[in-house]
Design a protein. Sequence first.
Length: 186
Amino acid sequence: MAQAPIPQSILEASGVVGTWAHDYWAGQLALSAPLADLLGLDPEAAAAGVSLEAFLDRTHPEDRIRIESYLHAVAETGGPVEAEFRTKDTRTGIRTLLMRGRIERDPAGGATRGRGIAIDRTEEQAANLVQSERVVNRMAEHIIALRDLARALHRPTLTDRIEHLMIEIGFELARFLPEPEDEPRH
């Protein structure tokens, strides 16, 4: 019994933004139109297949070497693929994508093709960041109250230790501040 295709609305609600198929012998990576569009590639050209180099050119510069190395390594071993990376800033902005799939091998052990899906995790990561920021802010509020209680008890050693902890929490809060675009990242 054949299964009905999964409705596009269900895929989109799950974060699936497209599919990919890598023909290792032809050296071509075919991308569905929505995924190609998200990467800033011509959907028609991407459907016919683009080079791995063209695909890698659309990854964020800080992620490119890691993703390129991973894709070459998984081509050697075959099996499941799971790679998360950021895209270059296209008209949709920088996105975080998770590519999931499987690399098939021929009887001699060489990679023949890979197929899978791409999931947009940008909103999920933003929500996680907001939640983490809330938790750290609550920690800061509580540690300030705790320091005030330690001072009320006239316990300078305890107050000192709490103030050191406040500094560490301050460093955590600083991680959530946006970095200026013109300064190098560390």
